[in-house]
Structures are given as C-alpha cells and as structure tokens.
Write a protein that binds this ligand. Sequence first.
Ligand code: AP5
Length: 191
Amino acid sequence: MLNIVLFGPPGSGKGTQSEKVIEKYGLMHISTGDLLREEVAAQTELGKQAKAIMDTGELVSDKIVIGMIRNKIEEHQDGPGFIFDGFPRTVDQARELRKALTDYDERVGVMISLEVAREELVKRLLKRGKETGRSDDKLETINNRIDVYNRQTIPVTYYYDKMHKHAAVEGSGSVNKIFDRIVEVIAKVKS
Ligand code: AP5
C-alpha cells in the first residue's frame, strides 16, 4: 500500500492536488472536510454539531474525526492505499492514524506539506467563497482557520519530522507545476 498524508493550511491546494494524485496512483481519497460536509448536507445530528464548529473555523473534536477515519480504513483495507487530505490536524489525530494503520500492518509513507503564503491563501479562499458560497470561505472565518492551523496543526509537522517522513513542497504556481513537485516526492517513497 501507498499511504500519503497531504497536508497544508486552508486553501493550500490539498483537495486540488489530491484529485491529481488519485488519478495517477489510484489511491482512496479520505478528506475529513468532505466527510463532515456530507454529514452537514444530510442534516445528521453529527452534521448539525459539526456545521456550527466549521463555520467558526475551529476544529471538530478528535474523537469524531478519528471515528470517521477508522471506518474508512476498515472499508478500504484491501485497496492500493490512501491519500489523507486535511487529516491529521492535531498530534493526537496523527498518533491515532498511526495506530489505525498499524492494525492492518500499514504505515504512512510520506507526509507532504504544501507551503503557501498567507496572503495567497486568503485570496484563493475569498475567490472560492464568491464562486461557490462555501460557508466557511468568508474573511473572518478564513483568518481563524489559518490561525487554528498555525496553533494546533503545525505541530503535526514536527511529529512527522521526527520520523523523517515530512516533505515540504512549494504550493504556489500552476497546479500542474505543483503536482510535478509532489510526484517527485512520491517517486522517492516508492523506489
Ligand atoms: P477542510 O475541508 O479540510 O478545509 P481546509 O483545510 O480549510 O482546506 P480547503 O478545502 O479550504 O483547502 P485545500 O487545501 O483543500 O485547497 P483546495 O484544493 O480546496 O476543513 C473544513 C473544516 O472542517 C475545518 O475548518 C474544520 O472545522 C473541519 N475539519 C476538517 N478536517 C478536520 C480534522 N481532521 N479535525 C478537526 N476538524 C476538521 O483549493 C482552495 C482554492 O484554491 C480552490 O478554489 C482552488 O481551485 C484554488 N487553488 C488550488 N490550487 C491553486 C493554485 N495552485 N493556484 C491558484 N488557485 C489554486
């Protein structure tokens, strides 16, 4: 199995690049943001609780997202591998991911973090907010999402650094150019 964590701040291109990685390597996509939005759209109890949190830009509880991830890993344990998009976002989530994969004798091959300047992130997300109406793509929430990332999520990079699994990739420029950089990193893991 090839298991990749695609990491980075809000708007850094995790979803955009995940699509291209999936197309090339046939991995199973697990985006905790998408899974939570599915719950919101279905108006489940979990979705109602999650929406209130997501609209402020704070993180949904570790317990909820870890449960969702474990279910997905179990469902697709015989596949070619996973791309985790927007997960883990806390060190506890990273530890739980490790445990969940270890249960299937698997591990994270590489954690790729997309590096993009804050002004560029805000610009991209405001544009998407105008185009799609995504409810957390408004200035106040965007700023809090980036602050939460800097405070609670950046420590995840140190966790993977210690295991020599963290690869930083420049995340600005054309989508294809960024993808070429990601492919270079994955080639090293696969060889
Ligand atoms: P989530 O859905 O994960 O949102 P996010 O991390 O804020 O990321 P985005 O989807 O906004 O950005 P992205 O990096 O995927 O970039 P994208 O490719 O879309 O999480 C939403 C919320 O859910 C969180 O705030 C939290 O509340 C909750 N949540 C989710 N996971 C959780 C977890 N594990 N634990 C706890 N809570 C969790 O691109 C963004 C825009 O930029 C697009 O319009 C795109 O077209 C454009 N773009 C992409 N690449 C480029 C480029 N190279 N040049 C120009 N524009 C580009």
